[in-house]
Each structure stands twice: as structure tokens, then as C-alpha cells.
Design a protein around this ligand. Sequence first.
Ligand code: NAD
Ligand code: UGA
Length: 469
Amino acid sequence: MVKICCIGAGYVGGPTMAVIAVKCPSIEVAVVDISVSRIQAWNNDVLPIYEPGLDEVVKQCRGKNLFFSTDVERHVAEADIVFVSVNTPTKTRGLGAGKAADLTYWESAARMIADVSKSDKIVVEKSTVPVKTAEAIERILTHNSKGIKYQILSNPEFLAEGTAIQDLFNPDRVLIGGRETSDGRKAVETLKSVYAHWVPEDKILCTNLWSAELSKLAANAFLAQRISSVNAMSALCEATGADVAQVAHAIGTDSRIGPKFLKASVGFGGSCFQKDILNLVYICECNGLAEVAGYWRQVIKVNDYQKSRFVNRVVSSMFNTVAGKKVAILGFAFKKDTGDTRETAAIDVCKGLIGDKAHLRIYDPQVSEDQIQRDLALNKFEWDHPAHLQPAAGEAAKQVSVVGDAYEASKGAHAVCVMTEWEEFKGLDYGRIYEGMQKPAFVFDGRNVVDVEKLREIGFIVYSIGKPL
Ligand code: NAD
Ligand code: UGA
């Protein structure tokens, strides 16, 4: 029986390994993590992450050929293939702070692999890493190898949260990069044979190591760039009377452009787009490519602009002040169908409104009060570092309350801001919400989910991204 061990039981490690286990009953899969609470949750009824379809997959194979454990060293020692899916956040201090990837967690995992291994291993980069990381990892492993042979592969993950199980069951492609030597090619074939249990062969792309590593950064940069492009257009739409949804539809029907990923929004969030583009910018700068770095940096600048434009719109519409006013925030997750709040646009918008002394009442169907309070107390890039380095919930807490539904959030409020496109926000009884609010009652829709005409008929003053005012 082939044995797989995955270091890192997070949003990628957990779902990816669960799908490998369910599709490959002949393979034993162990997912290990240093976080005791995370592993406990993976072994419990309530999993540590919310992802549609994940519960069923985990229940099908947990305890059979899928195991979650904190016994990191034993499972790594026993494995033939070791996936490394640890976090690779943006550095907060030192060389490259605010841009470069922090590979501390990756390096400590690599050193541990070298320490405990007693047999040859294939080590797979699942985390998103800077180009040439495989070379650094190879060096750490071979210099500490005690005669053991390692092959490093790059196998970046392209799943999106909220659709992770769907994406893993039916990926557009699986990408495997390896050394172009006979041992390298053999390792690529071994990993390919795992995916071949359910992924058609023509969808498994094999490249050299550096192409695979760079393709992951490039894919996220291209995706994020589409959002910044349509968001930049949304500002022009508001200035001219065009409707961004109509513009996106019109350009998206061109088969060369395509219709997906053209939804204007308050800004993209999530743990990866910003981090990976900053990483790309840093790599470009290190290679003397200032113009290329500047091109990609602009994608983030437009995203920041979109978030601050939204805050400015709220404040300026409400007679230039929100001091002491109640604002309902509907949705806090960075997108629907996830409880993940990493880099969510809601954080920047809430901080902007708190800065103007608003009182916020926040509701999200999947995000806990504790998480929201912590997010609002953190400084930029701190969220992906150990809890003891993070500040406790502070000043923000006084101006923020977290409530159990949208009606409670909007009761007595001067304005409602929609931050996440949860389905339930489309079907709310806006007549009832209007009745309970202060007048004039404002709705600022950062996700274009509300029916603008209908809400205006009710009496709301409505602002929607990229729509005629
Ligand atoms: P995560 O923070 O949810 O999970 C990482 C886990 O690794 C944590 O539970 C942490 O405790 C554990 N860990 C860190 N160091 C460890 C060590 N030395 N030994 C054992 N466990 C250790 O992160 P994630 O969202 O799963 O992302 C992981 C990687 O995958 C990142 O590089 C990210 O860029 C990439 N990625 C993420 C997504 C996504 O949708 N979240 C998609 C594609 C790629
Ligand atoms: C993204 C990529 O889609 C995945 O392929 C990639 O594997 C992953 O990053 C990663 O490397 O972490 P994810 O961040 O989970 O996945 O979610 P997306 O669906 O890409 O959404 C990202 C953000 O963009 C969200 O805030 C979403 O609301 C926003 N978005 C997306 C828009 O504003 N408009 C769109 O048209 C699409």
C-alpha cells in the first residue's frame, strides 16, 4: 500500500487529502498538523473548516484510509510521498517585509522531514511558494540526508474555497513539475498515478519545476487582474451612467475574454490573491524587473482603491459623517459559502467606518463573533502568524457588535452594507428591514446582490457597485 502524509491540515491539506483518500481506497493518507485543536476538529463531527460537500467525503473514509493526527514525525517517517501544505504568509518584518513569502513554516517542515526520514521519499510542494523554492528545499534535504534520496515535485493547488470539493473532483487541470532527470521523471509518474485514479490523463500537465511553481503565481495574478480590471471599469461606469454588469456581459461574450470572473465587487479578498501577487512583485524586483513588478502591483493598488472608494461612498452619501451612526454589515467572509475571513474586503471597510466613528452591527452566517473581533484588531499581514504574536481584541470591540441575523443587524440602523454575496441576502424581506431603520435608509451593496429597482420602490437610497446612481 502506498502511504501518503500531508503536513498541514488547513483549507488545502484537509480537503485535498480527503479527496485523494476517497478516490484511492488503496492508498493510506495521513494528514498531520502541529495544531492540536485543528486535528481534534478534523476528528470530530464539526470540521475545522466550512466547505460544501466536505463532511460527506471525510465521513466516507475517515478511520479507513484517511487519518488526522498530531503525530507528525511518525507519519512522515512512514510515508512514501510527503505533501507539504503549510501556510506561506507574507513576511511582516526583515528583508522583503510586506512582500516576500515567509518560508519559516516550510523550512521547519523540510528540516523535520530530513530529521525523521529512514527511507527514500517524494516531497511535494502543495503550498504556494516563490519560484526556486524547490531548489532551497532540495538543499536542506540533501545536506541532511543521511544517504536517503529525495525527489522534490511542485504540485500547486488551484481549488477555490466554497467550491473546493467540486474543484478537486473535477479539476480543470492538475499540474506536476519535476526534475528532468530519470529519477525526477519517475517521481512525476508516481504522483501522476495517484491523480490518474480520477483525473483524465490529458488534464494532468507535467512541466519542469520552475514552470509549475511560477504557473501558480501567474494563475492567481491573472485571476486577480481580471477582478481589478472590472472593478476599475466599475468606477468609470458610476461616473458615466454605464452599468458594469452590462459591460461585463458584453465583453464576456467575446470567446477570447470569456464570461467568468468578471463580477465587480467591493474588492477581492482571500488568503492568496494579495499574498501571491506581492510575492510575484518581490520576485520581479529581485530579478531587476521593476516595470513588470509595477504592472502587477497595480492590481493590488486598484483593489485597495476599490475598498476605500466604497468607504468614501458610504460616508459621503450619509452627509459626510457616520460618527455615532449605526451601520449594519451583512456578510464578513471574503466570499459566500465559506467561513474564511482572511483578507476579506469587509475588514478594510469596517476599519474605515470605525475610523469615522460609526457603530457597526455585523452578521455573517458562518463567521463567529470571536473571529470578527480578532480580525478587526489585527494589523496588516498579521493574521497568518502564530496567535501569541497577535494583539487581543481592542478598541474596535467597543464600536462593534456581532448579531444572529440580518434583521437584528439592521434594526435601528442608518445604513446597510452588503459585504458578502450570501444567497440569503437576496431573499431578505427588505420591506421589513426598511420599516425598522432610521430614515433616510441607505443600502450600499458591495456585491450587487440586491434588486436595486425594488429597493428604491420601497424607499431606500441604494448604491450598487458600478451601477447608475
Ligand atoms: P492554512 O493556514 O489553512 O493551513 C496550514 C496549516 O499548516 C496550519 O493548520 C498550520 O498549523 C500547519 N503548519 C504550519 N507549519 C507546520 C509544521 N511545521 N508542521 C505541521 N503543520 C504545520 O493554510 P491553507 O489555506 O491550507 O494554505 C496552505 C498553502 O496552500 C498556502 O501556501 C496557500 O497559499 C496555498 N493555497 C491555498 C488555497 C486556499 O484556498 N486556501 C488554495 C490554493 C493554494
Ligand atoms: C482563488 C483562486 O480562484 C483559486 O484558483 C486559487 O487556488 C486560490 O485563490 C488560492 O490560491 O488560494 P479563492 O481565493 O478561494 O480562490 O476564491 P475566488 O473565488 O478566487 O475569490 C477570490 C476573491 O475574489 C473573493 O473575494 C471573491 O468574492 C472575489 N471575486 C471573484 C470577485 O470580486 N469577482 C469575481 O468575478 C470573482
